[in-house]
Design a protein around this ligand. Structure first.
Ligand code: PYC
Length: 326
């Protein structure tokens, strides 16, 4: 007689090289309430599910998960909680593009404009045809300019703190070229910067942890305005140019008067993939960034979660435990 094993239907895609795993069916029921309340419930009561979906052996440290749930606003096609190897994300730009392509792959959405609801606000998106998606992110803004850090082993590092759906420290400090051959050094340096931010309680506007660090240099392609390296909360680096990081960058450029509303900004990632971005001025304050990129669905699976499997709860990579990444 076949044994019934709990299974989770997932669809994996990548956006400009950075993967997203959308939980289609088999995820926890988070009940009623706002997306913020649902995210709090997910973090508090279902952390084992998060670990099982993202960590090895079913996942990997570089995956971002997207749990679909009913939205509280009828204007949105889905509620989405993004999560990674160490916890939850406020928003995820590459992940929103991945969710959009996944819903199109399932034939749940047609070309045109739609929106999802995240714990930090509604995010509009447009399926542009083929693999292209453009998103309209939550209002983004710069909180502090030219924050000077004296980082052990690195010396003076100057950067801005900005919100783009997650909190970022953005700096032009570049110890080596922003290329894949250097990702170990770039990871070590950005972790060192983040440890300094943590140690000295340098936070977002309401005391939030600044959990993403973004290094910038000139773009390599002739039409790229900039290239970046983005350290994510769990010590993985973003293979895409990071949607929320590009939003935070646009907020800084806008605040400095270096980019006008509607003007294009091409942001390259450390692997050379790219987002095309621009912004409009937000009604209250800050900017509304638009980010355009491509996503490709590459796998559809049922993850089996047999209770007898000793590693059903996932295993942390030794360098990437929540403690090691602090
Ligand atoms: O695209 O916003 C993003 C993102 C955040 C973390 C990884 N990707």
């Amino acid at each position: 007689m076949p044994i019934s094993v709990p299974s989770v239907h997932v669809i994996d895609s990548h956006t400009e090289g950075e993967p997203t795993r959308v939980i289609i069916e088999g995820g926890p029921d988070l009940g009623q309430g706002s997306m913020k309340e649902k995210a709090e419930r997910f973090a508090r009561d279902f952390d084992g599910f998060r670990r099982s979906m993202i960590l090895e052996p079913r996942g990997s440290d570089i995956l971002v998960g997207a749990l679909l749930c009913p939205p509280s606003s009828p204007a949105c096609v889905a509620g989405v909680i993004f999560f990674n190897n160490v916890g939850l994300l406020g928003m995820c730009g590459h992940g929103t593009i991945g969710v959009a392509m996944t819903l199109a792959h399932l034939d749940r959405l047609k070309t045109g404009r739609h929106a999802i609801e995240t714990p930090v606000g509604a995010v509009g998106f447009e399926l542009l045809g083929g693999s292209l998606v453009s998103i309209e992110n939550v209002p983004s803004w710069r909180y502090r300019k030219d924050v000077e850090l004296q980082v052990e082993g690195l010396g003076t590092v100057v950067g801005d703190i900005a919100w783009g759906g997650n909190w970022f420290f953005l700096t032009r400090y570049c110890p080596c070229p922003l290329t894949v051959e250097h990702v170990d050094r770039l990871t070590a340096v950005t972790l060192q910067i983040r440890r300094h931010l943590d140690k000295h309680a340098i936070t977002g506007a309401r005391g939030e942890r600044v959990d993403h660090v973004e290094l910038f240099a000139a773009g390599e392609a002739h039409d790229a305005h900039s290239r970046n390296f983005v350290l994510c909360p769990g010590a993985a680096y973003d293979r895409s140019p990071c949607g929320t990081g590009t939003s935070a960058k646009l907020a800084c450029l806008a605040a400095d008067g270096l980019l006008a509303p509607g003007k294009p900004w091409v942001q390259e990632s450390v692997i050379g993939s790219r987002f095309e971005a621009s912004f409009r001025v937000a009604e209250d304050s800050g900017i509304i960034p638009s980010i355009r990129g491509s996503a490709h669905v590459y796998s559809e699976a049922r993850l089996l979660c047999h209770p007898d499997d000793p590693f059903v709860g996932g295993v942390y990579h030794s360098r990437m435990t929540p403690e090691a990444t602090r």
